[in-house]
Design a protein around this ligand. Structure first.
Ligand code: NAD
Ligand code: 89V
Length: 349
């Protein structure tokens, strides 16, 4: 497969600008058309990125002109748009959150798998340079067998200006940022089963929660804590950094501000700075997130070309969304929820 893969991007809103910049740096692929139900938005990005065609309906997927589609719309629209792509046998990369609930996620996975059309969830936090480096250190065995992890994402960024839909989203913080942390927890600490969660709605007038604290029990018996908040006032604001610590039987990794890792092992400690790449179109404070976008898209294209599995395939992501579902059910019931019963239908409750 040597030719350039031709892509359609659907959803020309806030975050699509990062993805369109990233596609100009993704080897082996090019966006040849954009689409938005708001024609003006589609035309604006077509002009800005010199993309030859724009459309105001996703039905253009029936044209047979595309080797893949990048869906950058909000979660309520993903089932319909992925189904349209599957019907026309167009491979998909779709933004997080994959879908609002586990039942919808499962339907999308079954439909795509039955048709044999590849689907990947665009989950980019695990593709941040700092988390690829942490994964290397864990795989090296330097801190020994994993026992505990904490991933914390707390700030008071005004996310509502760029993403006003979050004000009205009933399932807010866990689906917006918690899902990044849950995917990271699976990537670094392995699959998890037992989930316990408390949510809070701190900012007045929100439809959903803007803070959540989640406790996970991993299959390797490690325990992890995920804490996320859009209502944490710190100066300077640490957005968009994920902080925390990871413990093993021989050592610890601290994830500090300014992309610094402190690795404690064999009675010593060392510091590493894992700075995200400034790519000309990236800008602080978003650089760490923006730099992960071309890395995520390159993985999609490389796997599509080689026929290998996506790290965040639709199938694999079911296990991440089962953790989110379990977190909401634990917050509602006060009980510890077994996530396996939510993604593995043979284990259904
Ligand atoms: P947005 O509302 O700014 O843009 C979405 C666009 O999709 C809108 O222009 C809308 O008109 C268009 N659209 C919706 N349904 C459509 C349809 N059926 N056909 C054609 N166009 C349609 O949203 P956003 O803030 O850019 O977020 C998009 C997704 O990206 C969300 O799921 C969000 O969670 C995710 N996101 C991810 C990151 C990240 O990866 N780190 C960061 C921000 C947002
Ligand atoms: O990444 C996201 O999904 C966004 C955030 C503001 C965290 O970048 O919502």
């Amino acid at each position: 497969m040597t030719e350039i893969l031709k892509g359609l991007l659907i959803g020309c809103g806030f975050f699509a600008r990062n993805q369109l910049h990233a596609w100009t740096e993704t080897e082996g692929a090019a966006i040849v058309a954009v689409c938005d139900r708001d024609a003006q938005r589609a035309r604006r990005y077509a002009d800005e990125f010199a993309i030859p065609a724009w459309h105001d309906t996703a039905e253009v997927l029936s044209s047979g002109a595309f080797d893949f589609v990048d869906i950058c719309t909000t979660m309520e629209t993903h089932e319909e748009l992925v189904a349209l792509a599957v019907r026309h046998r167009v491979p998909v990369i779709v933004q997080k959150p994959f879908a609002p609930d586990i039942e919808t996620c499962r339907r999308i996975v079954t439909h795509a798998a039955t048709a044999g059309v590849p689907v990947m969830v665009h989950e980019n936090f695990r593709f941040q340079k700092i988390f690829r480096r942490i994964s290397e250190i864990l795989d090296s065995g330097e801190i020994g067998e994993l026992t505990f992890g904490r991933l914390s994402w707390r700030n008071a960024i005004d996310v509502y200006s760029n993403q006003p839909y979050l004000l009205k989203t009933r399932r807010f913080m866990i689906m917006d940022v918690g899902i990044h942390m849950l995917d990271l927890a699976r990537f670094l600490f392995g699959n998890a089963g037992g989930v316990s969660c408390f949510t809070q709605s701190v900012k007045p007038g929100l439809a959903g929660e803007d803070a959540a604290t989640i406790l996970l029990r991993h299959e390797n018996q490690a325990t992890s804590i995920i804490d996320v908040s859009y209502a944490s006032h710190r100066f300077p604001n640490p957005f968009p950094q994920t902080l925390g610590e990871i413990e093993g039987r021989q050592g610890t990794i601290q994830i500090l501000e300014d992309e610094v890792l402190v690795v404690h092992s064999r009675g010593e400690q060392r510091r590493e700075r894992i700075e995200a790449d400034d790519r000309g179109w990236t800008a602080a404070p978003w650089t760490q997130i923006q730099d992960s976008v071309p890395r995520t898209q390159q993985h999609f294209i490389d796997a599509l070309r080689s026929g290998s599995d996506f790290e965040t395939s639709a199938e694999d992501s079911l296990k991440t969304y089962a953790l989110a579902e379990a977190a909401y059910r634990s917050a509602e019931t006060g009980r510890v929820i077994e996530a396996r019963t939510l993604w593995d239908t043979s284990h259904a409750a």
